[in-house]
Design a protein around this ligand. Sequence first.
Ligand SMILES: Nc1ncnc2c1ncn2[C@@H]1O[C@H](COP(=O)(O)OP(=O)(O)O)[C@@H](O)[C@H]1O
Ligand SMILES: [Mg+2]
Length: 333
Amino acid sequence: MKQYATYAIGAALVDTEIQVNDAELTAMSVEKGVMTLVEESRQAELLDHLTGHLVRANHASGGSAGNSMIATALFGAPTFMSCKVANDADGDIYLADLEASGVAHSLHDKRGGGTTGKCLVLITPDAERSMNTYLGVSETLSVAEVDDRAIAASEWVYLEGYLVTSPTGHAAALHTRQVAEANGVRTAISFSDPGMVMYFRDNMEEMVGNGVDLVFCNEAEALEWGKTDDLEAAMSAIRQVASSFVITLGARGAIAFDGSKTFEVDAHKVDAVNTNGAGDMFAGAFLYALSRGEDYGRAAEFAVRAAGEVVKFFGPRLRPEEYRTLRREFFGD
Ligand SMILES: Nc1ncnc2c1ncn2[C@@H]1O[C@H](COP(=O)(O)OP(=O)(O)O)[C@@H](O)[C@H]1O
Ligand SMILES: [Mg+2]
C-alpha cells in the first residue's frame, strides 16, 4: 500500500451557494446547470442583484477535485491535493478545510498575493446548480505546484478537467499524468463540465493523452465527448480513450465499466435539494472504495449512497462525522 490512495490536481475554490428561482437565473443571464468562468466584477454584480431576495447563503470550501479528495480522506484513505490559494481569508478557509480533513498538500510556504478563487453557485428549486467561477490565483496553477514525489507515492492520480481553461494549469495536468505514467501510477480524469469538453476539446484530448485508466463524467459530458445524443455511442467513444469509466446519471444513478463488465446502479432515493458537489462526492467515494479493493459494482453502489446523501443538504460536502457513518453503514467498519 502506497502513502496516498489518490493525488489530485485542480482549482481551489471557495463556494457561496444561494437559492434562486428560474426567472432570476434568466433575468441574470446565467446559463443553467453548467460552470461559466466570470470576472470578479460579474460575481459582485450577481451578488448585488441577489441581496434582498437571498433565501439561503452558504460559504464553504469547494472546488471539484478538492471536494473529492476531502471525501476520500474522510472515508479513511489518505489523499494529496495540488492546488493554489492566495494569502487571503478564502485561502485560510480552503486550507483549514483540507487540513481538518487530513488531506496532504504543499501550500504552507507557497501562498502569494492575489485572490483565492471563488465560485458563486446558484441553486434552483429543482436542485440543479449553476456555477459562476472566478478563478483568481487558480488560473496560474502551474507545474510549480506539482509534487512529483507525492505522485510517485500514490495509487492513483486524479486530474480535474476544469484545468483545460488555464494554459499553465493544463500544462501542470499534463506533467502530472506523465509523472504518473513514468511511475506506474494509475490515471483518472474527470471531464468536469460539458462546456470543458465542448469549448476546450483539444486541451481535454491532450489531457487524456494516449489513454487513461479511468474517466469520470456525467451524462451531458459523456454525450459531448461522443458528439452524440446516444449514450451507447458515447460509451464507445469513451472506451477509445479509457480502459474503464463511470458515467453518473443524476437521479437515475450511474453506469460503471471496469474494462470487461458493466454495472448499472440506481440512485439512492432521496429528496434532492442541492446537487452541488454530487459528482465530486461520487468520485471521492468511488476512489475510496477502489482503495479498499472493491470492484466497480460495489464502488458505484457506495458512491451513489454517498452522493445521495450530499444532495439532501445545502453545502458541497457532508460534516466530517457523516463520512464515517456512511462508511460504517456500508462497509461495516
Ligand atoms: N436527484 C438525485 N437523487 C439522488 N441522487 C442523486 C441526484 N442527483 C445526483 N445524485 C447522485 O449524484 C451522482 C452524480 O450526479 P450527477 O448530476 O450525475 O453529476 P454531476 O454532479 O457531475 O453533474 C449521481 O450518480 C447520483 O448518485
Ligand atoms: Mg448534474
